[in-house]
Design a protein around this ligand. Sequence first.
Ligand SMILES: Nc1nc2c(ncn2[C@@H]2O[C@H](COP(=O)(O)OP(=O)(O)OP(=O)(O)O)[C@@H](O)[C@H]2O)c(=O)[nH]1
Ligand SMILES: [Mg+2]
Length: 471
Amino acid sequence: MVISALADSLLRGVGSVTDALSAPFSDPVIRLGVTGLSRAGKTVFITSLVANLMDRGRMPQLVAAADGAIRTAYLQPQPDDTVPRFDYEAHLARLTAPEPSWPDGTSRISELRLSLRVQPTGFLAGLSGLRTLHLDIVDYPGEWLLDLGLLDKDFSTWSRETIQRLQTRPGAADFLALLAAIDASAPLDEATAQSLAASFTAYLKSARAAGYSDCTPGRFLLPGDLEGSPVLTFAPLPQTAKPPRGALWRECDRRFESYKRNVVRPFFRDHFARIDRQIVLVDVLGAIHAGPRAVEDLRHAMADILQAFRPGRNAWLTSLFKARRVERILFAATKADHLHHAQHPALTAITAALLREAKDRADFSGAVTQAMSIAALRTTVEDQISHGGETLDVVRGRLLSTGKQAALYPGLLPDDPGRLISPARSGADRWLDADYKVMDFAPAQLSLRPGDGPPHIRLDKAAQFLLGDRL
Ligand SMILES: Nc1nc2c(ncn2[C@@H]2O[C@H](COP(=O)(O)OP(=O)(O)OP(=O)(O)O)[C@@H](O)[C@H]2O)c(=O)[nH]1
Ligand SMILES: [Mg+2]
């Protein structure tokens, strides 16, 4: 407790001293951040990545796996004692069970250390011996990055903007009605604060279910251990002239500030600022399926999320990063196994275009970035069927709902991303010239050969981009 009262900068200072002291005796570490909005595919990605780094038979595009430089990979206790461990074994067991199933949603940060024993090959082979590299993988919700935007706002600005946004969003009617019925300058009554917070949370949930991505404060949707605490018991309120002491408005203002200080800042300080490499998983296909509004909202949410990777914008974040920065950022469209590979380049182009504006505004302080389409766990096989005299490229898999095999033709993605992004920007309600489908497939039953990890699409290429240069 005393420590958390110290200034952020002081804390960072202490951290770097211990890092420096232990550096000569410790092996190199890469901290890989894995993020994305809810259901983007983080848990499946980490599980499959770790399994495929331990059994590297399906990783030909990861050079150090293909040429045998990685000798072994094994799990070790992670360095951070207070962060929950990523439950790799349980997730893998579910995905590879005789009746495989998807992992449950995750609402908090977790971490796993995978250590790699590497023998340099080629020119350096004779000169150096086996060395160890630790890969610390950190799984955290992308929604938490959106909270960075709250740090610049005071309660009245945040309230005004949020209430304005609510007017056009589905599921906000109840909360707006409740707001209309209360007096924000009346003395705080905890039951009122609770019902406002509950109603506001219900709205955030329905906005998210309707495909909206920008649903801050992030912990309202993913409370973890904070559920029910005062720091999550507030809601945006209309500005009132000079709310008296003890008024509901004052107390919500105080809790909003407390949320920033006790929830948002510690996450950025203790976790985010220590990341070296980052993968941002994006369910682009899901948004396209949900329609133009969801695509537009995803574009905005991504731009907001990416602010966090441009610390120059925020003085406080800059002071945390000091000379450090995130070196590589991969933007990966997930669940590419819903598409025949002929359409993967179009999906990658749409992903890059969605991020374009955010990327153009700054270069992420020099980080190397790339867009890619991947499937961490491939659930389908490709096929062609003839339909009305046409040959269609389809994928086949087992439906999650019925367990039956089905063929999916998700629609033809345009080669020019502008054909989706322009109507989304101009506020169209639905796609004019096409219809896009997704189906929920169950994980396929696997019979893995010794040495092979779970099947995937381009996980090896993603790993090469994220870590290849350090192996
Ligand atoms: N077909 C296919 N579906 C996937 C893949 N990865 C994830 N999914 C689907 O996406 C859902 C969410 O995946 P998770 O890995 O749990 O996503 P998450 O980002 O960890 O989700 P939260 O923990 O809720 O934030 C899964 O239940 C699957 O239905 C993939 O590689 N292929
Ligand atoms: Mg998860």
